[in-house]
Design a protein around this ligand. Structure first.
Ligand SMILES: NC(=O)c1ccc[n+]([C@@H]2O[C@H](COP(=O)([O-])OP(=O)(O)OC[C@H]3O[C@@H](n4cnc5c(N)ncnc54)[C@H](OP(=O)(O)O)[C@@H]3O)[C@@H](O)[C@H]2O)c1
Length: 239
């Protein structure tokens, strides 16, 4: 879910290039159909376009049913869908805050729960979900978005601990700043990443069942330092 743009599209293209069978879940059927044709040209063995709206949890089970029917079975479920808004925009708009918290945390968790039940019932599989480095530490520029990703990362870690022995491998992706439509309005930091590089790292992590992936990789040591900073320092810096 989320393969029509950004890192999800880059990841789907890499899966297509090695001949994977892919069901695309999303809210815009025309965009999904266009993406499906693009993936077929790039080598996907089969594609399906399935309506699924992260704003509507009532669409989740039906979408996973349709994906499973189209593919025969599900080996991996990948969730890159999500929304972003700046801290200023969120503080000025309570409805937008509620929408972002609901999509990026509550509804993403509900979708993952539906996928988890299905994968476990079939004996296991991979669940790869895009969280963010923004969830690693409470930070001034991403108080609300970061809180939703912190909750999501905690949920995914718990899920991995609880079910890995039963064959469910949970892969939590923590991107730093990556140039996509989501970040088009923001000024990129010097070490901003590209979607295709992230996709290469994430596909390898999915195949190997790596539980936590920082992408670009430079964010792993950066976040180790950020996590170690005392609160009085975090309160002073703008990061
Ligand atoms: N880019 C970054 O720097 C960055 C950094 C850290 C974490 N992340 C996280 O990484 C993930 C992917 O980010 P990205 O930059 O690749 O984003 P993106 O380019 O904006 O793509 C987002 C995808 O989510 C889908 N989506 C949005 N709302 C949806 C809904 N209600 N139902 C179903 N699908 C929906 C979009 O589909 P449509 O085509 O329908 O719009 C699109 O395919 C997100 O979870 C984001 O929070 C991104």
């Amino acid at each position: 879910m989320g393969a029509t743009k950004g890192m999800g599209r880059a990841l789907a293209r890499r899966m297509a290039a090695r001949g994977d069978r892919i069901a695309l879940l999303g809210r815009d059927l025309d965009a999904l159909e266009r993406s499906a044709r693009d993936l077929e040209v790039r080598g996907a063995a089969a594609t399906a376009a399935v309506h699924c709206d992260l704003e509507g949890p009532d669409t989740f089970e039906g979408a996973l049913d349709a994906a499973e029917a189209a593919l025969g079975r599900l080996d991996a479920v990948v969730v890159t869908a999500g929304i972003f808004a700046t801290q200023d925009a969120l503080e000025a708009d309570a409805a937008l805050t509620e929408r972002l918290l609901t999509l990026d945390f509550t509804n993403t968790v509900l979708f993952c729960e539906a996928a988890r039940r299905r994968l476990l019932a079939a004996g296991g599989g991979k669940l790869c979900v895009f969280s963010s480095v923004a969830g690693e530490r409470g930070r001034k520029p991403v108080v609300l978005y970061g809180a939703s990703k912190a909750g999501l990362s905690a949920y995914l870690e718990g899920l991995d601990h609880r079910y890995r022995a039963q064959g469910l491998e949970v892969i939590t992706v923590k991107p730093g700043f990556v140039r996509t439509s989501m970040t088009a309005e923001l000024s990129p930091p010097p070490f901003a990443g590209e979607a295709d590089d992230v996709a290469a790292t994430v596909l390898d992590a999915i195949d190997r069942g790596v539980p936590v992936v920082y992408a670009p990789a430079a964010w792993r040591p950066i976040m180790a330092v950020i996590r170690a900073l005392p609160r009085f320092v975090m309160r002073r810096v703008g990061f």
